[in-house]
Write a protein that binds this ligand. Structure first.
Ligand SMILES: *[C@@H]1O[C@H](CO)[C@@H](O)[C@H](O)[C@H]1NC(C)=O
Ligand SMILES: *[C@@H]1O[C@H](CO)[C@@H](O)[C@H](O)[C@H]1NC(C)=O
Ligand SMILES: *[C@@H]1O[C@H](CO)[C@@H](O)[C@H](O)[C@H]1NC(C)=O
Ligand SMILES: *[C@@H]1O[C@H](CO)[C@@H](O)[C@H](O)[C@H]1NC(C)=O
Ligand SMILES: [Cu+2]
Length: 340
């Protein structure tokens, strides 16, 4: 009896971990779809497969190759979207997927280019970091403590510190469930944007090169969600630039709030939208595409995550009941068996 109880409890924990792979192909501006799949987001050749350092799914790539910038074999999209400071730009999941179910951070980078349809991007600046939005539980640290859990897009607000011009906008979510074993999963795609109406003259902050932005030994991607930890004190890649935004915190203290990083020539006053109401794509204000005069902290979509749509590829196809002590092994197995 006791054994059954333990197995059931663990089973429930693991079952919630069932998760599908994904990529991004639909651009959202202020919550609304703009264009069709791959109108503004570069189409790549990696389907929904994760990019990994180890146990690379057949046909996928590692974070050490040039294609890690915009995903395998990405080709220029037909159009470049014009955006302004304050616009919330999202990269929505492809293949009808409707919710990211991997515990981990998401981040958006921009690289200034002269031609967003053809250039590859050299220097990448992080404009947004999404972390933990719910504090305190080691269990939820494996699932919905992460701000991006269950959401169907990665997004950022265009900082007022970006000068006018064209950029690649790289949206990424990292699944950390296998990261204790070098098997972090990287999901990403690039949108083609042109910033207009800005008075900024140079991009503040630190950039990084891709590949090179993450190393296999980096704590942010060599990290275990399977222990007692409830905090992610490391963030992948360089710091968010002045004018960029950080959603949540390393521990989730403060909940789902987004703050703007201070500094930069036209960043204005640092804002602090704790207590701001969340909005979803149907809200009135999210239709507003005109830029605000001030730096606008983004309004995270944190409505209760919809139940994940079943999709053809899952990380953990069959929920298995095993003791948590064996969870690390399980993740290794799941990851190995997920290539399909
Ligand atoms: C990952 O972290 C663990 C624990 O800190 C360490 O033993 C291991 O060597 C690291 N892996 C790599 C590839 O650095
Ligand atoms: C941020 O919010 C805290 C708590 O509400 C407040 O004390 C602080 O002054 C705010 N900072 C800014 C820059 O608005
Ligand atoms: C909704 O948007 C319209 C048009 O921008 C505006 O006039 C109206 O005041 C808004 N309503 C609310 C409740 O924000
Ligand atoms: C906002 O956009 C939605 C979807 O396009 C539309 O149905 C709604 O009427 C818009 N609201 C306003 C105030 O423009
Ligand atoms: Cu996965």
């Amino acid at each position: 009896m006791q054994t059954t109880g333990i197995i059931t409890a663990v089973f429930l924990g693991m079952a919630s971990f069932t998760s599908a792979h994904y990529t991004f192909d639909q651009l959202l501006v202020n919550g609304n779809p703009v264009g069709k799949a791959n109108t503004y987001i570069r189409k790549h050749q990696n389907s929904y497969l994760p990019i990994k350092f180890k146990q690379v799914p057949e046909g996928s790539i590692t974070p050490t190759v040039a294609d890690f910038a915009c995903n395998k074999g990405a080709v220029g999209a037909g159009d470049v979207i014009q955006v302004k400071a304050g616009d919330k730009i999202g990269l929505k999941q492809a293949f009808g997927a409707d919710g990211m179910l991997h515990p981990g951070p998401s981040q958006l980078y921009v690289s200034p280019v002269s031609n967003a349809k053809t250039d590859k991007g050299e220097d990448w600046f992080k404009i947004h970091q999404s972390l933990i939005c719910k504090q305190g539980s080691a269990e939820s640290f494996r699932t919905d403590a992460w701000c991006s859990w269950g959401e169907n897009n990665v997004f950022a607000t265009i900082p007022s510190t970006l000068p006018n011009g064209q950029y690649l906008l790289r949206g990424e979510q990292i699944g950390l469930h296998g990261a204790h074993d070098g098997q972090a999963e990287f999901y990403l795609a690039c949108a083609q944007i042109e910033v207009t109406g800005s008075s900024a003259t140079s991009i503040p902050g630190t950039s990084a090169k891709i590949p090179g932005i993450y190393q296999v030994a980096d704590k942010a991607v060599n990290f275990s969600v399977w222990g007692k930890s409830t905090s992610y004190d490391v963030a992948p890649g360089p710091d968010v630039i002045p004018g960029g935004t950080i959603r949540g915190t390393p521990s989730g203290a403060g909940g789902d709030k987004t703050v703007t990083v201070a500094g930069g020539t036209s960043a204005g006053t640092p804002t602090n939208n704790s207590g701001a109401q969340n909005s979803d794509s149907s809200s009135n204000s999210s239709n507003n595409s005109s830029p605000s005069d001030k730096v606008v902290a983004q309004q995270p979509q944190s409505t209760a995550p919809a139940a994940p749509a079943a999709t053809k590829s899952t990380c953990n196809r069959r929920p298995r009941s095993i003791p948590r002590r064996a969870a690390e092994k399980l993740v290794g197995e799941m990851v190995e068996s997920q290539v399909n």
